[in-house]
Write a protein that binds this ligand. Sequence first.
Ligand SMILES: Nc1nc2c(ncn2[C@@H]2O[C@H](COP(=O)(O)OP(=O)(O)O)[C@@H](O)[C@H]2O)c(=O)[nH]1
Ligand SMILES: Nc1ncnc2c1ncn2[C@@H]1O[C@H](COP(=O)(O)OP(=O)(O)O)[C@@H](O)[C@H]1O
Length: 206
Amino acid sequence: MTKRGMLIVLSGPSGVGKGTVRKAIFDQNNNDFQYSISMTTRQPRPGEVDGVDYFFVSKEEFEERIQTGGMLEYAKYVDNYYGTPLKYVNETLDSGKDVFLEIEVNGAMQVRAKSPDGVFVFLTPPDLMELKQRLIHRGTDAMDVINKRVATAVGEIKMMQNYDYAVVNDEVNNAVEKIKTIIRSERLRVTRVMPDYLGMLGEMNS
Ligand SMILES: Nc1nc2c(ncn2[C@@H]2O[C@H](COP(=O)(O)OP(=O)(O)O)[C@@H](O)[C@H]2O)c(=O)[nH]1
Ligand SMILES: Nc1ncnc2c1ncn2[C@@H]1O[C@H](COP(=O)(O)OP(=O)(O)O)[C@@H](O)[C@H]1O
């Protein structure tokens, strides 16, 4: 029987560098885990591609998905819905592959309630001024949206204590290496690797 894959959840405030760090991890083609593309009602930013960065859908389509049980988790974040389509995650985990989610804190806590054996990593900024600077420098959001995101960040950072690991994104490469180390170590947890000795004993005795 194939062992079910491991769920890895990365959260952190907007602008901390989750997307940058995640892309760096996935660009190093030697990962054996799969990225789950989220669904959102937010407008695509210039350069974002439907089905690559997100599945961009209308509010009606998103609410339909929620009602039909098609979401592993979802949350409203600064006036838009964001969520993880359930089917891809389940099928990938069932095939024995690990799945990587990049989602905000409320969604992460929904996943934690459903899959307590997941690995929950919080990416945190060196400080709040640096966070705001990164959002300004990214240049994708108007100042009122940036201010809302920084205000939201304070509450998000308080949620860090509900995660298994915290990684400070000072330098992208440092953060990438730390996250890869966490994933490698988690794969060696006794509960994940222990063969089913009791089952084997049962077979030997039958
Ligand atoms: N709950 C949940 N949050 C998500 C999902 N996808 C993205 N997010 C989060 O929603 C927030 C806003 O995302 P986005 O508008 O792309 O802004 P960005 O993270 O600053 O690039 C971020 O904290 C994302 O991590 C998802 O599927 N579920
Ligand atoms: N370690 C870092 N040091 C300096 N700037 C960074 C770092 N990581 C990301 N950035 C920059 O910060 C901005 C926000 O990063 P992004 O990956 O879009 O964040 P998030 O996905 O968490 O919202 C981008 O302009 C990115 O280039």
